[in-house]
Write a protein that binds this ligand. Structure first.
Ligand SMILES: C[S@@+](CC[C@H](N)C(=O)[O-])C[C@H]1O[C@@H](n2cnc3c(N)ncnc32)[C@H](O)[C@@H]1O
Length: 824
């Protein structure tokens, strides 16, 4: 045991001598100033950590059990009456991340069994049903605005050790447990379950001095279920039977039946767990009996997307029975699906083909084989059917598109001043696809419960995070739990300078083979504090091409692994966007071999807004051209700009003259001597141009075009003569691509109104070029030589362009004109 652990043990044994409670949030779920709140919270944590250890207050077992049982009864009654389901009411939960949390890294084999008063690996028996410790309705507080506030609560129960010492246990981040109904928790953690917890921590209750200390486990990898066979040898001082507990199976068949029942009702994790129990009871000389169990567990693991676990189970069967046995063929099919899920499309295709050789009647396998081939082609060539992906992603519930990762002419290198970064392996041309990547995990607002909101306050960055972030962390934990070989893909990501650990200079980590997902010995360490830090530094909001105006409720949150190697620059040389959840990175300018490739982490118009987003990524200051120019303008101009930006957001209702006055005021917030790049000014000019378009006077329309062209310069475009009206040397990356494209389409429309179809067509082509350069340059292989604009618009680029802007083109009445004017 290391010295740090010993400290924790002594403080764990210590009684909670209470300091003051942690800073409160007040009546709004969002703190007004999250950085101030974070500072107060750190101060409180610092004070709290100095409270000296004292013996823990003993908790009266009976009393604790009664409290929990009463509580559970209340919850059941609430759920029967549907309390809290009122449509106009929304419950808010707060969760705080970024403070040190304990996760054990000592392998189970190196720990000795002990009791709650000794702390090492502790055996605990669940003696009350599981529940949420602060139920939604019970402790939630109703306010005048009809909002409920409560603290986000993990599943909790009462546990005792063999000596009969009982405490409440809160289990955070356990796979599939987040927000689950009581019935599911009963299946996952029924009373009588015996758990072995690696080096647990006992916490003093922070909020309520009359409450009892409780055991807190943050990492699911610190929890091992105890197999029945081992459990038989444990003597419980309180007696062997827990009143009211269900009889847990004690033989293979009964566990198998329970597993089948869970599987039938869609409870995949409890199903896999029951099968694991059944497997422990099969004697080594009757291994054939284990075959159907491994087969079933492989299927449950596939449902859970625990592809590593599924591959292990299938491979186990094939290794035992040889490749020609019928069991092996069934296992082969599951292995093939697991390989597909793991991104091993070649291996999956080979397995599907072998299976098809034996079972030609299985038509579904042919589709799988086709899918494997498509994925292999994508991964090798970077050729995707963007239009189909876009259509798929625009369909509700299909955000997670099926596509392979592609790594183009870029590689990870150590950059000295900012850790790792991406570098061009060769000279790269504008528009080339550099990377396409699926996320490790992602959450979209559609997946949030509509009657609940979660506010996450990140103490590391001193900012509040999106509602999707809280769910994202549990998804990442769950994916690692079920795919332990992927641990380093996440844990080798940057986690900040405060840790003793430095990330390896290379990425991705070497490939590891499939291993068992073993609920009796998880064999993986999931350090939750480090994972929270990894999220702070690396989580992106995936801006979707198929849904650019994201849901107001919450922006999506996703962790992409290889794309996390790109460093930030507001005026970057690469640009990115997502179709569904597929992140696509393209060169925004020609990039010489050896140069660092950067992407913008934010596309905000003003310096303070960009700074706020960069703060969430822990970047104190960006030294790009735009930020340096903004910095030279000074704080007073920034403040003025922020205030005027607010006015510009509401400018729809303003008159033309007021809009002009506002535009002038905004223009004046930029100092002289700057380059043309002035994003807020660009939008202000476009607002005035739109007001002018309401007139039928041709002079006003010409003026609108002039202002929009000026707006494009302020977005960073160079205006050109002949060919396309905009320069094609680089794609500006400081703002989202949508605004400039809309400006170009409006110019095209105005030319149509003025009956100048030649100019209108030029501007449509410019918009198409801009978009193709970033996202939909289809039909052109990455190694294809190109420079002419027409090359950029070959193939599906036009098709996707028409799809993407269909609404706007139709509203302006120029859809048919665009269809004719754009080259096919
Ligand atoms: C997504 S990671 C980028 C890869 C990272 N450099 C690594 O070694 O893994 C984001 C972190 O990289 C660093 N970083 C990225 N862009 C930067 C910039 N323009 N200036 C300084 N640090 C930057 C910051 O520490 C940031 O939190």
């Amino acid at each position: 045991m290391n010295p740090e652990r010993r400290d924790q043990h002594s403080s764990a044994k210590g009684s909670p001598s209470f300091g003051r409670p942690p800073p409160q949030l007040g009546k709004s779920p969002y703190p007004q100033d999250p950085s101030q709140y974070a500072r107060e919270y750190w101060k409180w944590l610092d004070e709290d950590s100095k409270i000296p250890p004292q013996p823990a207050t003993p908790v009266e077992r009976k009393l604790l059990v009664r409290q929990f049982e009463d509580h559970r009864a209340q919850l059941e009654s609430f759920s029967r009456q549907n309390i809290g389901d009122t449509k106009d009411m929304k419950r808010w939960y707060t969760t705080i991340v970024g403070f040190p949390k304990h996760s054990s890294s000592t392998p189970i084999q190196d720990l000795t069994r002990s009791t709650l008063t000794l702390w090492n690996i502790v055996l605990l028996q669940l003696i009350t049903p599981s529940q949420s410790i602060s139920p939604k309705c019970l402790f939630a507080e109703r306010t005048l605005d009809g909002i409920f506030y409560a603290v986000l609560s993990p599943p909790a129960t009462v546990v005792e050790d063999p000596e009969g010492v009982a405490y409440a246990l809160s289990i955070y981040n356990f796979p599939t447990a987040f927000g689950s109904p009581l019935q599911y928790l009963d299946a996952l953690f029924p009373r009588g379950t015996i758990l072995a917890i690696r080096e647990p921590t006992l916490k003093a209750p922070a909020q309520d001095t009359s409450a009892h200390p409780f055991l807190r486990v943050d990492s699911p990898a610190d929890i091992a279920f105890v197999p029945v066979k081992s459990a038989q040898n444990i003597k419980w001082r309180s007696g062997d039977v827990i009143p009211g507990a269900p009889r847990l199976p004690n033989n293979t068949d009964a566990w198998q039946l329970l597993g089948n029942e869970h599987y039938r009702t869609g409870k995949w994790f409890p199903a896999a767990l029951a099968i694991s129990h059944a497997l422990t009871l099969i004697p080594s000389d009757r291994e054939r009996e284990a075959l159907p169990l491994h087969l079933n567990r492989a299927e449950a693991n596939l449902r859970l997307q625990y592809y590593t676990g599924a591959a292990y189970d299938a491979q186990w069967i094939i290794a035992k029975v040889g490749a020609t046995d019928e069991y092996a063929y069934k296992a082969l099919l599951r292995l093939a699906k697991a390989r597909y899920g793991r991104g091993d499309f070649r291996g999956a295709a080979e397995d599907f083909l072998r299976y098809k050789g034996r079972h030609p009647e299985d038509v579904a396998v042919a589709t799988w084989i086709d899918k494997c081939r498509e994925r292999m082609h994508e991964a090798k060539t970077g050729t995707y059917d963007w239009t189909s992906l876009f259509i798929m992603a625009s369909t509700p519930k299909q955000i997670r598109v099926e596509a392979a990762d592609f790594v183009g002419p870029v590689e990870v290198r150590w950059m000295q001043d900012r850790g790792r970064g991406m570098v061009a392996k060769r000279n790269i041309k504008l528009g080339e696809l550099l990377l396409a990547a699926k996320p490790f995990a992602s959450v979209y607002s559609e997946e949030l419960q509509s009657d609940e909101g979660v506010v996450t306050i990140d103490l590391l960055s001193g900012s509040s995070r999106e509602q999707t972030d809280a769910l994202l962390l549990s998804r990442i934990v769950e994916k690692i739990y079920g795919n332990p070989d992927l641990h380093n893909a996440v844990f080798d990501l940057y986690a900040g300078p405060n840790l003793e650990w430095t990330p390896p200079h290379t990425y991705p980590p070497p490939h590891r083979s499939a291993c068992e997902v073993d609920p009796f010995d998880p064999k993986v360490t999931i350090d939750i504090s480090r994972l929270e830090a990894i999220c702070t530094y690396n989580v992106f909001c995936p801006l979707r091409l198929d849904n650019p105006r994201e849901d107001e409720r919450a922006k999506p949150a996703a962790l992409y692994t290889i794309p996390s190697m790109f460093n930030h620059c507001c005026v970057a040389n690469a640009t990115w966007y997502c179709i569904g959840d597929l992140m696509i990175v393209r060169a925004a300018e020609p990039i010489p071999a050896g140069a660092e490739v950067t992407i913008p982490y934010c596309v905000e118009e003003t310096y303070p807004d960009r700074k706020a987003i960069l703060r969430k990524h822990m970047i104190k200051d960006c030294r790009c051209r735009l930020c340096l120019e903004d910095l030279r303008d000074g704080e007073a101009r920034h403040q003025k700009q922020q205030a005027l930006k607010g006015e510009l957001d509401g400018a729809v209702t303003k008159s033309l003259s007021d809009a002009r006055a506002l535009e002038e005021q905004i223009a004046a917030t930029y100092g002289s001597g700057r380059s043309g790049l002035r994003p807020l000014s660009a939008r202000a000019l476009h607002v005035v141009a739109e007001k002018l378009r309401m007139s039928t006077n041709p002079h006003d329309l010409v003026e609108a075009i002039r202002l929009d062209m000026k707006a494009l310069e302020r977005y960073g475009f160079a205006l050109a003569r002949g060919g396309l009206p905009i320069g094609t040397e680089r794609i500006p990356t400081a703002t989202s691509f949508l605004e400039p494209i809309e400006v170009m389409l409006r110019i095209a429309n105005t030319y149509v109104v003025l009956r100048d179809e030649a100019n209108a067509a030029c501007w449509l082509k410019a918009a198409l070029w801009r978009e193709c350069g970033s996202f939909c340059w289809i039909g052109v292989r990455p190694d294809h030589h190109f420079s002419a604009v027409t090359d950029m618009s070959v193939g599906g680029g036009r098709e996707l362009f028409m799809l993407l802007h269909q609404d706007l083109l139709q509203r302006m009445g120029i859809y048919d004109f665009a269809d004719r004017a754009l080259p096919r």
